[in-house]
Design a protein around this ligand. Structure first.
Ligand SMILES: [Zn+2]
Length: 260
C-alpha cells in the first residue's frame, strides 16, 4: 500500500530522545522550524514539539498543546535568528531565548491565555446609521432600527444598499409611511478575538442571532449586550481581551499543576 502525505505536510527526521523518527510535520510561520507530534518513552505524549528542520533536533521545553507550540515557533522567529542554518541555536540569555519563550508559554498555558495578545478586543467603529418608521402591521414606532440589534449600518452606502435590496425583494414586506434616517452621536463597537493565530489573522468577530435566526455580525453601541451574548456563545473574557470559542477551547488552562 502506498500512502500520500496530505498537501502542506513536510517530512522531517527528528531526534526524539533516543529515537530517530521520520514524521509528518506542519510548517510554521518561522522558516526552518516545524511542528511534529511529541514522542517520549515509545509513546505519543498527546502534545506537540518544535523541530529544527536543518538538524532534526527537537527544541527543548517546546512539548506543549498545539496552539502553544505554534505560538512558540512564531515567537522564535522574531529575534533575529536564522533557523534555516544547521547550527542555529538561541544561546544568549535574552528575551528571545528559547528558555524564556517556553517558560512564558508554560505560564500562559497555566492561565489559559495566548503567549501574547495580538490586538485589542473592543474595536471602535463609526457611529451607526439607523432607519426609523412605523410598522403599520402592529402600529409600533421605530420598528426598523429601534432596537440596537435591528438593522443599522456604519456607512451610508450600507443604508442605500439595504433599501435597494428590500425594494427589489418580492418576499420582503414593503416599507410603508414615512421612513427617517438618523445617525448616532456615539461610536459603535465590535468585539474581536485577541488570540494571535485566530483564523490565520482573520480573527473571529462576535455577533448574535436575530429574530429570524440569522447570525448578525456588525458593530453595536450596546457593548454589554454583546458581552453577555458572546459569553453565552462560548467566548471567554480575560480583562480587556476576549477569546472566541475556538481559541478559548485551544487555550484550555493546564490544570495539572504537577506538570511543573
Ligand atoms: Zn479566536
Amino acid at each position: 500500500m502506498t500512502t500520500t502525505d496530505p498537501a502542506g505536510w513536510i517530512r522531517v527526521t527528528a531526534q526524539h530522545g533516543l529515537d530517530l523518527l521520520n514524521l509528518p510535520a506542519e510548517p510554521t510561520s518561522t522558516a526552518g522550524l516545524l511542528i511534529t507530534p511529541d514522542w517520549r518513552d515509545s509513546r505519543w505524549t498527546g502534545l506537540y514539539a518544535v523541530v529544527h528542520a536543518a538538524s532534526g533536533q527537537v527544541l527543548p521545553y517546546t512539548d506543549l498543546p498545539l496552539v502553544y507550540t505554534r505560538e512558540v515557533a512564531d515567537q522564535l522567529g522574531r529575534h533575529g535568528i536564522d533557523w534555516t542554518e544547521p547550527t542555529a541555536r538561541p544561546t544568549r540569555p535574552s528575551p528571545g531565548s528559547l528558555r524564556n519563550i517556553t517558560a512564558a508559554a508554560a505560564d500562559a498555558w497555566q492561565r489559559g491565555i495566548p503567549l501574547w495578545w495580538a490586538r485589542p478586543s473592543w474595536q471602535a467603529c463609526p457611529p451607526l446609521w439607523r432607519l426609523n418608521g412605523i410598522d403599520v402591521a402592529d402600529g409600533e414606532d421605530g420598528w426598523i432600527s429601534d432596537l440596537d440589534y435591528g438593522p443599522a449600518w456604519t456607512t451610508w452606502r450600507g443604508v442605500v444598499g439595504w433599501l435597494d435590496l428590500t425594494h427589489d425583494d418580492p418576499f420582503t414586506e414593503p416599507l410603508i409611511g414615512t421612513i427617517t434616517v438618523s445617525r448616532d452621536q456615539v461610536l459603535s463597537w465590535r468585539l474581536v478575538c485577541a488570540a494571535p493565530l485566530c483564523h490565520d489573522d482573520q480573527p473571529a468577530v462576535a455577533g448574535w442571532f436575530d429574530a429570524e435566526g440569522d447570525f448578525v455580525e456588525r458593530p453595536t453601541t450596546d457593548r454589554e449586550f454583546l458581552a453577555v451574548t458572546s459569553t453565552e456563545l462560548g467566548w471567554r473574557q480575560h480583562g480587556r481581551h476576549w477569546l472566541c470559542p475556538t481559541c478559548a477551547h485551544d487555550h484550555t488552562p493546564n490544570y495539572d499543576r504537577s506538570w511543573w
